[in-house]
Structure formats: structure tokens, C-alpha cells
Design a protein around this ligand. Structure first.
Ligand SMILES: NC(=O)c1ccc[n+]([C@@H]2O[C@H](COP(=O)([O-])OP(=O)(O)OC[C@H]3O[C@@H](n4cnc5c(N)ncnc54)[C@H](O)[C@@H]3O)[C@@H](O)[C@H]2O)c1
Length: 349
């Protein structure tokens, strides 16, 4: 079989994928009460109001009903409180589904360092339970949402970026558990023919993110008279994407991505942590004395950067938000929604 037939097969699979998924009406979103999941549910229900969307979420400390209350109350989504590690709950939630978008996870690196247990059971075993159920059904698509942290760390002084072919080299228990879940999705696709796709995305920011994460943590502290904490020297660089752009990338991959395909997702904007915090302080009109340096995180990855030319080239996706606009919008949201984040700040200060 020559290279031409491979391209033809790829084209046919893209076309059939588009045709079958245009009919998609029943979607299960796991982890929809979390940061990215809730933004995805808002995005999806306004873009595809004809789809029938169900959210399965355990409502751990990171899941907030307030983030999706209006969608549940208005009947735009159905909500099931349940654990992805529980086979019975998963079987019942997956009943009649055409597609699954899997976001449920333990997601905070610092917590994974302090206590890895739930990271392994939820991120690895929970993904396995979902895949086992997917195996028993004729799902059109299982989309797994993952992170760039599976690839480890890049040196600071380089232009090098991760690609879909970069070797996995996770450095934290969180990253190791996500890497393991990616491998499981790939293995279930090869072994059992599950129609899967995977996205590995950079650092998201935007509304409804728990104040344990860098941007909301700094904003909630700065807005309540405190100082913004920066790990170590603050030179660590992250590849930032506004959460709505991540949602549109998931949309593109779910509807048009190649079966079995992996796509990196980047906002195309790298920034050091110290520069990021300086920008937030400036946006709030505060002096630089409101920044404090704190002890570094063990095993702190230096730099993440993603080459997402496959996603842009194959699917024509690109981010819509500039970093400046995204950060302004995020700062505004945290200013206007103290009622959402204030209850959680006690636990992180
Ligand atoms: N935040 C980022 O920058 C980022 C970047 C790339 C990829 N990701 C991935 O995207 C996904 C969502 O990340 P997030 O930042 O929104 O996380 P989050 O911590 O804000 O939300 C996770 C959600 O999963 C739910 N959950 C946790 N354990 C569960 C279980 N056992 N059963 C059912 N639900 C459970 C929580 O209640 C919560 O609603 C994760 O898989 C994460 O690895 C995140």
C-alpha cells in the first residue's frame, strides 16, 4: 500500500467522521463542573443548542455547581453526580450516548505532590472504567482531554517546542497520571477499536478557575489586600491559552479530528510566571511590592511550549483571543464574581 492510499484512507475517515458526528446529539461530558468543563458546557450549549448534553461530575472540592447552575436550571444540560471510578454510575451515565468528552480529573500539581493517591485512582483507573464502558458500546467518539505536562520540561534558553511526536517524560505525579491515561486511550483504540481522539493542551486561564491555580490565586489575593505569590525566581515559562479557545479546539477535534489522532493545542503565547504576575498587578493598578517570591515547587518544570501546527493545518483551527484581551476579561470576571471564588480562598491562603 503506497503513501497515496494512506492519504485517501485518512481523507475518507475525516469525511465519514464529519458525516457521522454531524448527527451527534447525545454527549456525555465528564468533569463538567470544573474549570474547563464548565466553560465547555457554556460554549457547547450556546453553539449546539440542539445537542443533548449530560454532565457527570463527582463534585470534589474542584467541582462547583454554581458554574453550571443556570444550564441545569434551564434544562439545557442534565447533571449526574457520580464518580468515574464507579462502573455502575458510568454505565448508567453512558446509556444512549454518541460521544464522550472526558475532562474529569484531579488536576492540581501541588496536591499531587502532597498526596498522589486520588490522582492515580481518578486519572488512571477512572479513565480505564470509562474506556471499559465505551468498549461495550458503539460510541462514535471518545475524546480525551489531556495536558502538555505529559512531555516534561523544555530548557529555558531554546526555541524548541513539543510536538505530537515528543517522548513522554512526566515529572509530577499529576503529569504521570495524565500520561498513563493518554496511553490507556491509545491502547484501547488500537486493541479494541475505540474511536478516540486526544488533545494535549497548554495552561488554560479564564473565568471559573479554582483559586488554587496561579492566575486566580494571584487575583483573589490581590483583590483582598494580599500579595501575589511567585514560585522560585518566577522564570518558569508556560504556554497560555484562553479557556474558550481550548473549547473551540475540542469542538474542532471532536467533529473533524482523525480517529485515533492526537492534537496539541496552544494559545501560541509563552510568558514567564513573573511577567504574568507583573501584568496582573499592573492591570489592577497596584504596585510591584504586592508580589512576593515563595519557595519553589519540587520538580518544577522550567518551560512548556507547544507546536500545534497539526491542529491548525489539518483542521483549520486557530485561537480567537489575544493574551492581552483574555487576561483583561479574566481579571474583570474575578473582580465581578467575588461571590463565586471567595468561599474557596480560605483553603488556599
Ligand atoms: N487547567 C489546565 O490548564 C489544563 C490544561 C490542559 C489539560 N487540562 C485537563 O483538562 C481537564 C479539566 O481540567 P480543569 O482545570 O478544568 O480541572 P478542575 O480541577 O477544575 O476540574 C476537574 C473536575 O473533575 C471532577 N472530578 C474529579 N474527580 C472526579 C471523579 N472521580 N469522578 C467524576 N468527576 C471528578 C471535579 O469535581 C471537577 O469538577 C483535566 O483532565 C486536566 O488534566 C487542564
Amino acid at each position: 500500500m503506497g503513501p497515496g492510499s494512506h492519504v485517501r484512507r485518512q481523507k475518507q475517515s475525516e469525511i465519514s467522521n464529519r458525516l457521522t458526528l454531524l448527527q451527534t446529539v447525545n454527549i456525555l461530558v465528564t468533569g463538567g463542573a470544573g474549570f474547563i468543563g464548565s466553560n465547555l458546557l457554556h460554549y457547547w450549549t450556546s453553539r449546539y443548542p440542539e445537542d443533548s448534553v449530560t454532565c457527570l461530575d463527582l463534585l470534589t472540592y474542584a467541582g462547583h455547581m454554581d458554574s453550571i447552575k443556570e444550564l441545569v436550571d434551564s434544562g439545557r444540560i442534565r447533571f449526574i453526580r457520580g464518580d468515574i471510578r464507579d462502573g455502575k454510575a458510568v454505565a448508567s451515565a453512558m446509556e444512549g450516548m454518541d460521544a464522550v468528552i472526558h475532562l474529569a480529573a484531579e488536576s492540581h500539581v501541588d496536591r499531587s505532590i502532597a498526596s498522589p493517591h486520588d490522582f492515580l485512582t481518578t486519572n488512571v483507573m477512572g479513565t480505564m472504567v470509562l474506556l471499559e464502558e465505551a468498549r461495550r458500546r458503539d460510541l462514535k467518539r471518545f475524546h480525551h482531554v489531556s495536558t502538555d505536562e505529559v512531555f516534561g520540561s523544555l530548557p529555558l534558553e531554546t526555541e524548541e517546542k513539543f510536538t505530537e511526536r515528543s517522548p513522554y517524560a512526566p515529572n509530577s505525579p499529576y503529569a504521570a497520571s495524565k500520561a498513563s491515561s493518554d496511553h490507556l486511550v491509545r491502547a484501547y483504540s488500537s486493541t479494541y477499536g475505540i474511536r478516540s481522539t486526544v488533545t494535549n493542551c497548554g495552561n488554560n486561564y479564564g473565568p471559573r478557575q479554582h483559586p488554587e491555580k496561579l492566575i486566580p490565586r494571584c487575583l483573589s489575593l490581590l483583590l483582598t489586600g494580599g500579595k501575589a505569590p511567585v514560585y522560585g525566581s518566577g522564570r518558569n515559562v508556560r504556554d497560555w491559552i484562553y479557556v474558550e479557545d481550548h473549547c473551540s479546539a475540542i469542538d474542532a477535534v471532536l467533529h473533524r479530528g482523525r480517529e485515533g489522532g492526537t492534537y496539541l493545542v496552544s494559545g501560541g503565547f509563552e510568558l514567564s510566571n513573573i511577567e504574568l504576575v507583573r501584568r496582573m498587578v499592573a492591570m489592577l493598578g497596584l504596585p510591584r511590592e504586592r508580589i512576593e517570591f515563595v519557595a519553589d515547587r519540587p520538580g518544577h518544570d522550567l518551560r512548556y511550549a507547544l507546536d500545534d501546527s497539526r491542529l491548525r493545518g489539518e483542521l483549520g483551527w486557530k485561537p480567537s483571543w489575544s493574551f492581552e484581551d483574555g487576561l483583561q476579561s479574566t481579571v474583570r470576571w474575578y473582580r465581578e464574581n467575588a461571590g463565586w471564588w471567595r468561599p474557596f480562598t480560605g483553603a488556599v491562603r
